[in-house]
Design a protein around this ligand. Structure first.
Ligand code: 7PJ
Length: 272
């Protein structure tokens, strides 16, 4: 039996973040060793994460890419250790990395480029029958924070996600397996990010579950008054996650799983 993504991940569900990288902005280095990444993923699952997102390439602002070989070297041992034990998604834009991760049981492919960087990836996902997250990003990580401008950020992000959804479906990915993500922090100012959260209903009205990743992001630190913040605190992450949930988010991608599960459990009890 195959579940739709909303059946598999009821609202709200938590996705834990494990960056197997030396340089991600929010958990830089702590999970770079495979054993540490595996331990973090196990802990997050025990704390109530529905799924744990494993990534081997940093997408922090200004970062460069890594090779397929290096990305596989980072994530393969982690996926092998977690197979059959912890539900995982693979955070990659590369078809070869996704293919191996799916062989090792990954349930979801999280491509922050929304199938724009590797033309093979859509076929890998379609053939696998697994879930897919399509995220909005303006530009690419190396340059995305250089003066981002939009006429109306919410309608432009919605139009983009709708177009990428149509593309994925046309290429054979079942619509009921796809979720959409406004891409908080990916080519957006603080004001853009908060407007997207504020009007998240517009994204939800596209008819697919919405995934939001705002945990620890710099916009949180900046709205608290630090103009040069590169991260945001847990308290602010929790507030943003609950606000996103109340505006229609289904999956919250977070670093601090236990606290988010608690906050969202209470928010859900109020909402029902
Ligand atoms: C996001 C992501 C996000 C999705 C990152 C970090 C920064 N994938 N990957 N959505 N952010 N789908 O690890 O927090 O917001 S990288």
């Amino acid at each position: 039996m195959s579940l739709s993504i909303e059946e598999r991940f009821p609202r709200p569900s938590v996705m834990g973040v494990v960056n197997v990288t030396p340089d991600s902005f929010s958990d830089g280095g702590v999970n770079y060793a495979a054993a540490d990444a595996v331990a973090s993923a196990r802990r997050m699952y025990a704390e109530g994460a529905a799924i744990v997102d494993i990534g081997g390439e940093s997408t922090r602002p200004g970062s460069n890419g890594v090779s397929v070989v290096e990305e596989l070297r980072r994530v393969e041992p982690v996926l092998e250790a977690l197979e059959g034990e912890v539900p995982v998604s693979i955070d990659t834009a590369k078809a070869q990395v996704a293919r191996r991760a799916l062989e090792l049981g990954a349930e979801l492919v999280n491509d922050v480029t929304a199938l724009r960087s590797d033309p093979e990836l859509v076929h890998v996902v379609a053939e696998s029958g697994r879930y897919l997250c399509l995220m909005h990003m303006r530009g690419e990580p190396r340059t995305m924070q250089v003066d981002p401008t939009y006429d109306d950020v919410v309608s432009e992000v919605a139009r983009f996600l709708e177009e990428r959804l149509r593309f994925a479906v046309a290429e054979g990915v079942a619509e009921e397996r796809i979720c959409l993500d406004p891409g908080i922090g990916f080519g957006k100012t603080v004001e853009h990010n908060f407007e997207l959260l504020s009007r998240l209903e517009v994204i939800a009205s596209l008819g697919r579950p919405v995934l939001v990743g705002v945990s620890r992001k710099s916009s949180l630190g900046r709205i608290l008054g630090d103009r040069d913040a590169t991260t945001g605190p847990l308290s602010a992450s929790l507030a943003a996650a609950v606000a996103a949930y109340e505006r229609g988010a289904t999956i919250l991608r977070v670093h601090d799983v236990k606290e988010h599960v608690e906050a969202l459990t209470v928010a859900a009890a109020v909402a029902r």
